[in-house]
Design a protein around this ligand. Structure first.
Ligand code: CA2
Length: 153
């Protein structure tokens, strides 16, 4: 894992999040994914963290990115989007690599339809941040950096 100096954090955005800011703005807001990514990159740089960001609409690509993270990352920030509620495969991948992960949801999934209340990934992540919009990603990054700088990696 890693080059032994810089902390590495993988950010994963699941299906349809590439549409952020262009559709369903009443639910997900006006911020585009690119803006979220730029804010994350700026915060990562301030922390001295290496960050890689992947958005995919394909379950297998998200799983491949999680597997690759074993070789360089110390933690994962993931918004699995709809796969949160359906994907045993994504859950198994997160459990298999065993890296501390934070699950982020822009909306408060618990205030929405019942099918969004269940997360298959929640039991295998370190924690969840829901309902804070784009800020949730930055909170997740700060939490991971705090944990990873306090614990031996
Ligand atoms: O609140 C979240 O972040 C979600 O992960 C977003 C997912 C949804 O399936 C989860 O239940 C909660 C949906 C992401 C789709 O994003 C869109 C953005 C703009 C237009 C259409 C979809």
């Amino acid at each position: 894992m890693s080059d032994g100096r810089k902390l590495g954090i993988l950010v994963l955005h699941g299906p349809n999040l590439n549409l952020l800011g262009t559709r369903e703005v009443a639910v997900y807001g006006h911020t585009r994914l690119e803006e979220i990514n730029r804010a994350l990159e700026a915060r990562a740089e301030a922390h001295g963290v290496r960050m890689e960001i992947v958005q995919s609409n394909h379950e297998g690509e998200l799983i491949d990115a999680i597997h690759r993270a074993r070789d360089w990352a110390h933690g994962i920030i993931i918004n699995p989007a709809a796969y949160t509620h359906t994907s045993v495969a994504l859950r198994d991948a997160l459990a298999a690599v065993g890296l501390p992960a934070v699950e982020v949801h822009l909306s408060n999934v618990h205030a929405r339809e019942p099918f969004r209340h269940r997360s298959l990934t929640a039991p295998v992540v370190w924690g969840q941040i829901v309902g804070f919009g784009p800020l949730g990603y930055l909170l997740a990054l700060d939490a991971l950096v705090d944990r990873l700088t306090k614990h031996a990696t």
